[in-house]
Each structure stands twice: as C-alpha cells, then as structure tokens.
Design a protein around this ligand. Structure first.
Ligand SMILES: NC(=O)c1ccc[n+]([C@@H]2O[C@H](COP(=O)([O-])OP(=O)(O)OC[C@H]3O[C@@H](n4cnc5c(N)ncnc54)[C@H](O)[C@@H]3O)[C@@H](O)[C@H]2O)c1
Length: 302
C-alpha cells in the first residue's frame, strides 16, 4: 500500500515516515523544506521537494497514485499566523485543498489530516473532548480548522473517507526550537547549554504534552483502521510549564532558575484533552510518559 506523507521531512512527519517504512509501507513524501532538514528523510522514502501550493502536486499524485494521504505539511507558528494571516491561510487552507483535489483525482482511499488543539481555544470544560465547542483565538487555529470542513464536504461529494487527528502539544527528537518550535525543544536546548530559559507569566499554565512516537503510532492506526471522523491525540496529562522546566533540569542535573517574563498575549491558562474516543475506536493510547519522552528527546539534542 502506498502512502503519501506531506511534511514528511518535518518533525512529526519524519517520525510517521520512519514508522510506516518499518511497517513495510511504500512511502512517498512531499515537502518544500521550508521548516525542516533534508537529513530527516528516510532513505527508503521517495522524496519530492515541492510546495503543497504548487500545481505540480497534482502531477506527482498522478504518477504516484497514493492509496492514502497523511497530511502534516503546514505553517505551524501562531505568531506568524497573526503577522502573516494571508500566507498562513494559503498554506494551511489552500494547500490542503490542492492536496484534496489531487487525492480526489487519483481516487485515494483515505485522507488523514493533522489538526490541532488550537481549534478549541479557551476551554469551557476539561478535559477537552471532540465535542467541545471551537473558539479559536489565533489565525492558525482558524487555518487548521477550515480544512476539517472541506474534508467533511469531500467525504459527501466524492466519498473520500477521512480522519482528523487533533494533536495536543507534541514534543520529541527533531523538533526545531525556532519559529513555531515547541516549549520542550526550546527548554531542552537552553538547559543543555546551561542557559536559563524564559517562562512567560508565572509558569502555572497547564499543557498536555504528547510524545511524537505516540503521535506517529496514532497515524499508523488511522491508516490500518477503517474508522473515520475527528479524534484527539494527546497524553491526557496535566503538566505545568514550571513542572516541565523542573523535569528537564532534574534529568540533566542542572541547578538553573528560569527567567520569568511578561505573559504572552492570548496564552491559555489551562488546556488538556482526553483521548477516550480514539482509544475506544482504534485502541490508541499513549505509551510514553513525560519522563521517558523527555529522556529520549534530550538524548537526541545532546
Ligand atoms: N508540533 C506540535 O505540537 C503540533 C501540534 C498540533 C498540530 N500540529 C500539526 O502537525 C503537523 C506537523 O507539525 P510539525 O510540528 O511536525 O511541524 P514542522 O514544521 O516540523 O513540519 C511541517 C513540515 O511541512 C513543511 N512545509 C511547510 N510549508 C510547506 C509547504 N507550503 N509545502 C510543502 N511543505 C511545507 C515544512 O518544511 C516541514 O517539513 C502540522 O500540520 C501542524 O499544524 C503540530
């Protein structure tokens, strides 16, 4: 079976590619390398350096005829989405439409889409489940959510089954600490170098950190499974930013104090999700706890 992974040289995409190849899938990748390293590409995957907005995507699909599309390529920075809303929307919305049109043309059997907890915004109850209202507070939240509507319409019009996987905060090896990189990669890289990281606000903000290999496994199950719909992919664990700092500093045995700075505009106080739906439908639950995940991540950065 052939799988097209967009963003397959990126942080999450490259782990998905590795896992699919390990499971003997035929994998091809589209990525423009705008936020990734070519070194991340698995040598057994066929690589196309291409922008998802480029009409060539359609031709690549005609050549490769993928059975399933796993769409990870995106503009991932909240800040960038606010300063460049048009570019953000064109990559995340129009880029996805270009892929959906290409998938329709080759009669792909499933489209798996990487969505985000950003679609929920400020929670009105916790943990956040898939029925929670959507109250986006950034352009990125809107641009990640809009393709979910298109997927629903393409299902009705052209019978393309789909899975939307809404990830919480993903962390792990290969995550970049620049532009849109996660707090774990920023903290790890700072603390390794004996530099105190900045913490916005009082550090009591609660987040849900899920390890990248668990996320890759959720994608594998979504490929193998006939289940369709929207699923949270998360740890379900509440970790404060202060706790995260302490975990990383203690594993590295560093006696550093973070530098507290002004709260970031639009920073949520608390957000964590439940994975009960994907557990019931596909049997997925996270295997890594935060200590194991951080240890593996630190080994990579060191
Ligand atoms: N990392 C997280 O915590 C997180 C959380 C929720 C959702 N997501 C979603 O998961 C997916 C993967 O995110 P990631 O953290 O691996 O980010 P990433 O930036 O590491 O990966 C995205 C990849 O897409 C590529 N890309 C960007 N724009 C492109 C374009 N126009 N054409 C072709 N390729 C392009 C980049 O070069 C990169 O390789 C994204 O869709 C993101 O929105 C990530």
């Amino acid at each position: 079976m052939k799988i097209m992974v967009t963003g397959g040289t990126g942080f999450i995409g490259s782990h998905i590619v590795d896992l699919l190849i390990k499971n003997n899938y035929d994998v091809c990748v589209i990525d423009n390398l705008s936020h990734s390293e070519i070194e991340n590409i698995n040598p057994k995957a066929k690589f196309y350096k291409c922008d998802i907005l480029d009409p060539t995507v359609y031709k690549i699909f005609e050549v490769e005829k993928p059975d399933i599309v796993v769409h990870e390529a995106a503009q991932i920075s909240n800040d960038y989405s606010i300063s460049n809303p048009i570019k953000d929307a064109s990559i995340n919305i129009i880029g996805t439409l270009n892929l959906l049109e290409s998938a329709k043309n080759v009669k792909a059997k499933k489209f798996i889409y990487a969505s985000s907890a950003a679609v929920f915004g400020e929670p009105s109850y916790l943990p956040i489940d898939e029925n929670h209202s959507l109250n986006m507070i950034s352009n990125y939240g809107v641009s990640k959510h809009t393709p979910e509507h298109y997927l629903n319409v393409y299902r009705k019009l052209y019978n393309i089954p789909y899975c939307v996987l809404r990830y919480s905060n993903v962390y792990g090896p290969r995550q970049l600490s620049s532009s849109g990189g996660g707090v774990v990669s920023i903290f790890c890289n700072k603390i390794i170098k004996n530099q105190p990281p900045y913490i916005y606000g009082d550090g009591k903000q609660i987040r849900d950190f899920v390890y990248v290999k668990d996320v890759a496994r959720a994608n594998l199950l979504a490929i193998k499974n006939t289940c369709e719909g929207i699923f949270n992919v998360c740890s379900g664990q509440k970790i404060s930013i202060n706790e995260l700092f302490k975990i990383i500093a203690s594993i590295l045995n560093k006696k550093l104090q973070p530098i507290y700075t002004e709260n970031k505009l639009g920073d949520l106080v608390i957000s964590y999700m439940t994975y009960q739906k994907i557990f019931k439908k596909m049997g997925w639950k996270p295997i890594y706890d935060i200590f194991e995940g951080i240890k593996e991540t630190l080994e990579f950065y060191q």
